[in-house]
Structures are given as structure tokens and as C-alpha cells.
Write a protein of this length. Structure first.
Length: 598
């Protein structure tokens, strides 16, 4: 009996080793399948919940997406961005069903993107149809407005899921190690050498940490601070759109004419037509370039100019809009993500100083050093479906072309009335829910602090543009924008001298008179509460080009403003001297940023 037991014990290592070696391939294959099922299931489920709806019933090329699909709503409303493409250039119709109610028309275009700023708590289904009668469904996407508590719970659930993935990965490593260990042909070691109490080599903990951090920054710089990743950003995202339009403008061959660049946000993107402007100014040899981008803020425009005009002499003139508005603190992440493709290491302090809250400043500072931190969601989307990303990038030239051919929206909000005394808004029955929500949002008065922050951001952002071109022959045109479809609202006017600091009159800088576009502040020229329709777009472009030509013709070769621009000089030297822009910044803010226009 004793000899039998001893024999079995002596042959155990070789038996186990031979069994493990023979079955190593089976163990590894089984473990790999287990890894895919355990670790891939959450990703597949998450991707299905976020993107599956967007592809349901869609053609191969047609699509509609929402970023984000889960919108956190704390108080009031929040926003998401809807992007769509019919795939074949035909007209598309985007409808929305709010909490199961009847569908309402949101937008009509072959492709495009639109910021939906009226998302409340509830369920929104955006559908892309080929016809206005909603016969052929090309795609749909669900957007959920969730409460802050629900969002926090969702984040905690997602964190637990990630922790479970790491745990499963650790278990996998243990299984693989055990399989390899048992596959060895030698005897199984029963004793291990005792670790030495001390090591002759120092650990260098601080040095290793610094080297690790430096290596991490270098890898981030190699991947995200170059074209390696910015060239494959999602074209529908804020960062992707910014990278695409600046890249297209940098690569655009000069027309040989006197080029005029137009900056701005969605109001200028919808309100200004470069094609109409080119026709009106062809005799003067001008070429207009519209670089206005929805959701862009004034503190980003300087970085855009640095990217497309590094020498500061590419354009004959640059049109810079200003006016009433505000930037909510909730938009900090949007602004950081949008500016990320343009940021450099040296921008960390200047860019971070544009944010009021310390949380925004920290994120902005980090985005300049570690640009990948601003691309986190984009990287996740890319890893989930790389082929879809590449197909979307291939359609980028068509998007740029459709942007240049865009003519505006052929509907208005005539019949809408607003009583400033009671705050009551009356809508005509034909308006969509999207139009009504946008009009209500436009009538929401921002807080004093938000208005002050926006005013400060305008001053600093536009001043940086003026400083960039202070030694250049490029003319800077400062223009107001129409305030909205209801003129004369309390606090809806912002005078020129309340926005800008002192500007020396010998520079080639002039302003369009503040009352120039007052005639456009009517419902017939708007398709929602913020943006001009096709009719307003035509009128705004014609008026702005006429003002611009009048002033450019009067500028002498020395850059001084004379003749027809004498009013602009007086505006700088007289109005500014008696205005509050020359007072200390603390007094300027305390006196209030807005004034009633004449």
C-alpha cells in the first residue's frame, strides 16, 4: 500500500505536465471565448442601446445620430446634437416624437446637424424620412432626458461594470498563468527561494513616477497632438466638425481675390451666405469665406484664425460678430471639446482663464496638456465601430460641399406674438414643437452673472483677435447681429461701447452701426427664436456686404479710416472715451453689462 502511494506521488508532476501540454490549446481557446463573452457583452449591450436605435430601419448609407443620447437635465432644459444624412443627396425630413405624442417637423435637408436645446425630462424619438408625408423611414434615434439623480445612478452602474471587467481580466490572467505553469515539462516546484530582505539597487520611486508621467504625456502628444487621431475624429461631433472646417480651409487654394473671412456661431452660419456675398461683391474683386460654426464661442475664434492664417496676412478683412447672449456653465465641456483640435501646450493658461468655474479651468488646462482627455467619448465610439467611423470620414468632402451650397430654411414663425409684460407667448398652430421650444428658450433671460461672464468672454476673445492682427494690413470688421424675432425686449440690446475695450483709431478696425439690422428683428425673418431663415439670410447678407463695401472702399493704403468711415472713428474715439469700457474691470462689471440700444 505504501509503495503504491509513493509511486503515484512520484509520477504526478510528469502526468500533470503532459496532460497540461496536450490540452494547452484547448484551455487557451476556451479562455479566449470566455473573455469575449464576459468582457464583450457589456460593450455590445451598451453600443446597442446607444446606436441600435439610430440604425433601425435605415438604409446602408442613410443615418441619423444623436450626441449624446442620454441628456442630463437638472433644471430647465438641456441640449443634444442631431446629425443626419440621407446618403444619396435627396431631401430628408427630420421629425421628433416627444413622449409618444404626434410627430413634429424639426429640420429639412439632405444632410446636416442641429443643436436641439429644448430637451427636457422624457423620451424623444428623432426619425429621418425621405418624404414630408413620412412614408419611407430612413433611420431613427432615441434621446432620453434624465434627471440628475438618474444620471448619477447610471454613472455608478457603469463604474461597477468597468470594475467587473477588470476583475474578469484579472481572473483570465490567473487562468492563463495556471495553464502555462501546468504545461511545463519539468517537475512542479514545491519550495520557492526566500526573497532578500534588502536590495543592493535603489528603487528610485520619484524618478520612476516622473518618467512614467513623462512617457504618458509623450504618448498622448504623439497620438492626439498630431494629425494621427484628429484626422479620424467623428465628423458629426463638435471636435470633428471644428477639425474638418479648419482643415478644409487650410487646404483650400487661394482664389487670388481679396478674401474676406466671416466668423461666428450658428446665428452667422444660418444668417450669412458666402455665395450671395460673392455675387454682390464680384465687381470689387472680393471672395467671402464663411467659417462660422454652430456652437462655437468667441474664445475659440482666435485659435481658429491661428490655425487657418498662421502668418496673419491671408485675408483682406475678417468679420467678427458681437451681440447679446450668454454661455451657461454647463457648456464648458462642449467648448473644451470643440476647441481641443486647435489647442497647443502653450495655450494651457490662456485657454483655461476663459472659464469661470475652477472645474472648467482644470478641464481646459488638462485638455491643452493631455488633449486625449477631451476626446474620451470620441475614442470610445471609434473603438466600438471603427469601420462606421471610416465610412463617415469618407463622406466628409460631401459635407463640406453641402455646407457651401446651403441656402437657408424656407419657413418662418409669422403669427407668433410675445407680451413682455405678462411673458405670454402665442404660437400659430403650424409651428413645430422644436420651433416653439427654441422661441421659449430665446425669451429666457440669463442671470446677471451669466451675462457678465459672456460680456467678459467677448471682450477678451475679440481683443485677442485684434492683437493678433495689430501689425497686419488685414481689416477687422466688428458687426452686431440681429437680436431675435421680437425687438425691444428688456436687456436684449448690447451697445458697442459696452462690449469692447478702447481700440486705437489708427488701426484698420471699424464697426457696423448698431441699428443696421434692426429691420430684421421680425418673425417673418426667423425660423425659430434665434436663427434667420432663408429670407432673413438674404437680407442680412445684402446689408452686411453693402456696409462692408462702403467701408473697405474708404480705407486708404496706410490703413487709416477716412471718408465714409469717419463715423466709425468717432465711434471709437468719442463714444469709447465716455463709456464704461475705460473704467477698471471691477467697475465695468458692477455697472451692468447691458444697455438699452437706441
Amino acid at each position: 500500500m505504501t509503495e503504491k502511494v509513493t509511486g503515484v506521488g512520484a509520477s504526478l508532476p510528469s502526468t500533470v505536465g503532459s496532460w497540461g501540454f496536450a490540452n494547452l490549446l484547448w484551455i487557451c481557446s476556451t479562455t479566449a471565448i470566455w473573455l469575449v463573452l464576459c468582457l464583450g457583452a457589456p460593450c455590445i449591450a451598451e453600443n446597442t442601446s446607444q446606436q441600435g436605435a439610430g440604425r433601425l430601419g435605415a438604409k446602408d448609407a442613410a443615418r441619423i445620430t444623436a450626441t449624446p443620447t442620454r441628456v442630463k437635465v437638472s433644471d430647465g432644459v438641456a441640449s443634444t446634437v442631431i446629425a443626419w444624412n440621407t446618403g444619396d443627396g435627396s431631401q430628408g425630413f427630420v421629425f421628433v416624437k416627444v413622449n409618444g405624442r404626434a410627430p413634429a417637423l424639426v429640420a429639412t435637408a439632405p444632410e446636416g446637424s442641429q443643436s436641439i436645446s429644448w430637451i427636457r425630462r422624457g423620451n424623444y424619438v428623432f426619425e429621418l424620412y425621405r418624404e414630408a408625408e413620412r412614408r419611407t423611414l430612413l433611420g431613427s434615434v432615441n434621446v432620453s432626458g434624465v434627471a440628475t439623480e438618474s444620471e448619477a445612478l447610471s454613472q455608478r452602474t457603469g463604474l461597477s461594470r468597468h470594475q467587473m471587467r477588470y476583475l474578469l481580466a484579472a481572473v483570465l490572467l490567473v487562468i492563463l498563468y495556471t495553464a502555462l505553469y501546468l504545461s511545463s515539462t519539468g517537475q512542479v516546484r514545491t519550495k520557492f527561494p526566500i526573497e532578500p530582505a534588502s536590495s543592493p539597487h535603489p528603487l528610485h520611486v520619484t524618478r520612476n513616477l516622473l518618467l512614467g508621467a513623462a512617457a504618458f504625456i509623450c504618448v498622448d502628444g504623439l497620438v492626439f497632438h498630431t494629425e494621427l487621431y484628429t484626422s479620424i475624429l467623428a465628423p458629426e461631433s463638435y471636435a470633428g466638425r471644428m477639425a474638418a472646417i479648419t482643415r478644409a480651409e487650410k487646404n483650400r487654394i487661394s482664389s487670388g481675390l481679396k478674401e474676406v473671412l466671416v466668423l461666428g456661431d450658428s446665428r452667422m452660419a444660418e444668417g450669412f451666405s458666402a455665395a450671395v456675398a460673392d455675387t454682390l461683391s464680384s465687381v470689387d474683386g472680393l471672395k467671402f469665406v464663411n467659417l462660422a460654426e454652430p456652437a462655437s464661442a468667441v474664445n475659440i475664434w482666435d485659435y481658429m484664425l491661428r490655425d487657418v492664417d498662421p502668418a496673419g496676412n491671408r485675408y483682406s478683412a475678417i468679420v467678427v460678430p458681437y451681440g447679446v447672449g450668454f454661455e451657461p456653465h454647463s457648456a464648458d465641456n462642449l467648448r473644451i471639446s470643440m476647441a481641443a483640435p486647435l489647442l497647443r501646450y502653450a495655450d494651457c493658461f490662456n485657454f483655461a482663464s476663459a472659464f469661470q468655474r475652477w472645474s472648467g479651468r482644470c478641464r481646459a488646462f488638462t485638455a491643452c496638456i493631455l488633449r486625449g482627455s477631451a476626446f474620451q467619448s470620441d475614442v470610445v465610439d471609434f473603438l466600438e465601430d471603427p469601420m462606421a467611423r471610416f465610412r463617415s470620414i469618407q463622406r466628409e468632402p460631401r459635407r463640406v460641399q453641402s455646407r457651401n451650397l446651403y441656402q437657408g430654411r424656407n419657413y418662418d414663425i409669422v403669427g407668433t406674438s410675445y407680451d413682455p409684460n405678462t411673458g405670454q407667448v402665442t404660437f400659430p398652430p403650424r409651428l413645430t414643437e422644436a420651433q416653439r421650444e427654441a422661441i421659449r428658450d430665446s425669451l429666457t433671460k440669463p442671470s446677471q452673472s451669466e451675462t457678465q461672464d459672456f460680456l467678459r468672454m467677448q471682450r477678451e476673445g475679440i481683443q485677442r483677435i485684434l492683437n493678433r492682427y495689430s501689425a497686419s494690413s488685414t481689416k477687422i470688421v466688428l458687426t452686431p447681429v440681429p437680436r431675435g424675432p421680437f425687438a425691444g425686449l428688456p436687456g436684449a440690446s448690447m451697445t458697442f461701447h459696452a462690449v469692447f475695450p478702447g481700440i486705437t483709431p489708427h488701426k484698420a478696425v471699424f464697426s457696423v452701426p448698431e441699428q443696421t439690422f434692426d429691420f430684421l428683428e421680425k418673425p417673418e425673418y426667423y425660423f425659430d427664436g434665434f436663427h434667420l431663415n432663408a429670407k432673413g439670410r438674404q437680407q442680412f447678407t445684402e446689408t452686411l456686404v453693402a456696409e462692408l463695401l462702403q467701408r473697405l472702399r474708404s480705407v486708404n493704403s496706410d490703413g487709416r479710416i477716412r471718408s465714409h468711415s469717419s463715423m466709425a472713428v468717432g465711434h471709437f474715439t468719442t463714444d469709447c472715451e465716455v463709456s464704461n469700457v475705460f473704467r477698471p474691470s471691477s467697475q465695468r462689471l458692477s455697472n451692468g453689462p447691458t444697455e438699452q440700444g437706441n
